[in-house]
Structure formats: structure tokens, C-alpha cells
Ligand binder design. Structure first.
Ligand SMILES: Nc1ncnc2c1ncn2[C@@H]1O[C@H](COP(=O)(O)OP(=O)(O)OP(=O)(O)O)[C@@H](O)[C@H]1O
Length: 210
């Protein structure tokens, strides 16, 4: 469970939105909407531990019972997926995925986790491909798998589908939501697209209204 309690963000003393309280249950997707500049991406950055120092935050964020805002980013257990999938262009698909695997596992186990992830993503045999040779949907699936390999406790999505064409978008959106649900991850999805919010099927919040 991901819980926000009285969370607000300000810039230069001016609040971006009114204090926000919400709970995202395991496997549920909550869509975060609102006009440009309303603070959607900054809200995700706060939760991930990547908030721009120009912004100040107040309130509490918990995963399960644990407050996370005082933890370093790598200890929070947050998985991120962005519009630009940020695969390393100079690394193969395999090496990109290996970045997600927790350190400390034996090499053979790391490789087999990567192989399984590619099978799950219906990309078996893509290990040696260069990310530049993948389609947008394939890149999104690799990026999701890399995020999931890190065994996050919650997933934050910042417009990950907005560059995909309409038909592909439905398919990839379903793929991402299914994988998050299957793992029981609470998901916050920043989007401008009402179809994303409808597909999420859960709660929708509008930062302009809070
Ligand atoms: N480093 C910074 N210095 C000054 N203002 C900033 C800084 N970072 C963010 N902001 C401001 O904080 C506000 C929230 O930005 P944020 O990117 O979170 O909005 P958003 O709702 O995600 O917008 P969009 O839909 O356009 O992506 C904006 O008004 C932005 O200009």
C-alpha cells in the first residue's frame, strides 16, 4: 500500500496544490491528472526521492506502515517508468536489464532473471539487441522489466505511453497494468490522457482541484 498523508509541494512559498491525502492499494492504479505545471511530475519526484531542491514538501508518504521521505532514494523501493524510457543506448538489452537486478546475486542467477524477464515481455532472444533497434512498445516493455527486476514496493509512471501510437498504447498500457497488478504493486500514473485514467479503472485525482 502507498499512502500520502497531507502531502503538499510549494515553490517560493507558493503551494502548487492543496494538501493531498490518498491511499493506493496493492495492485491498484491511481491516475494523477491536472494542467501543465500543477505539480504532477514533482509529486512523483518527491516520492522517489528526486525532488528538485527549488521545491519544498510537507506531509508524510508511507509504503505499508513505513514513512519513506527520510530514506535515501535507493532504500525506498520505488520503481519509476518515464515517457522517455531512459534505456542506456550504449548497452545491450541484456545489460540494461542487468542494471535492474539487485546486486549480490550470483552471475548465473542474474542472467536467468534477465532471461525470464524477456520471456515475460515476449522478447525472448532480444538479449544482444541494441535499444536503438527496438520499437517504442518493445522499449517500454524492456524498461518496465528493468524496473520490475529491482523488486520495487510501488510503481510510479510518468506518461510512459504518451509516445506510443493509439493502437499500441492500449496494448502496452494493459501489459504494464497487468504486470503491476500481478505483483500487487500500488501504482501512481501521471497522465494527460483520460483514456489512461479510464483504463486504470481506479481512483483519479486532479491536482488542479486539490
Ligand atoms: N527547478 C525549478 N525551479 C523553478 N520552478 C520549478 C522547478 N522545478 C519545477 N518547477 C515548477 O514547479 C511546477 C510543477 O512542475 P511539474 O513538472 O511537477 O508540473 P507537471 O504538472 O508535471 O507539468 P507537465 O504536465 O507540464 O509535465 C511548475 O510550475 C514548474 O515550473
Amino acid at each position: 500500500m502507498l499512502r500520502l498523508e497531507g502531502v503538499s509541494l510549494s515553490i517560493g512559498g507558493r503551494p502548487l496544490f492543496a494538501p493531498l491525502t490518498l491511499t493506493v492499494s496493492p495492485g491498484d492504479v491511481t491516475a494523477v491528472m491536472g494542467p501543465s505545471g500543477s505539480g504532477k511530475s514533482s509529486l512523483l519526484s518527491l516520492i522517489a526521492g528526486l525532488l528538485d531542491p527549488a521545491l519544498t514538501a510537507s506531509g508524510t508518504v508511507r509504503i505499508g506502515q513505513e514513512p519513506i521521505l527520510d530514506l535515501p532514494p535507493e532504500a525506498r523501493g520505488i520503481g519509476l517508468l518515464f515517457q522517455d524510457d531512459l534505456l542506456f543506448p550504449h548497452l545491450s538489452v541484456r545489460d540494461n536489464l542487468l542494471f535492474g537486478v539487485p546486486p549480490g546475486l550470483p552471475a548465473a542467477e542474474r542472467r536467468s532473471l534477465v532471461r525470464e524477464a524477456l520471456e515475460e515481455a515476449e522478447l525472448a532472444g532480444f538479449e544482444d539487441r541494441d535499444p536503438a533497434t527496438l520499437s517504442g512498445g518493445q522499449r517500454t516493455r524492456v524498461a518496465l522489466m528493468r524496473t520490475l527486476l529491482s523488486r520495487p514496493r510501488a510503481l510510479l509512471l510518468d506518461e510512459p505511453f504518451s509516445r506510443l501510437d493509439h493502437a499500441l498504447r492500449d496494448r502496452i498500457r494493459r501489459f504494464v497494468f497487468d504486470h503491476a497488478t500481478r505483483r500487487g504493486l500500488p501504482v501512481l500514473l501521471v497522465t494527460h490522457d483520460p483514456d489512461d485514467a479510464d483504463a486504470a479503472g481506479g481512483t483519479r485525482i486532479d491536482l488542479a482541484a486539490v
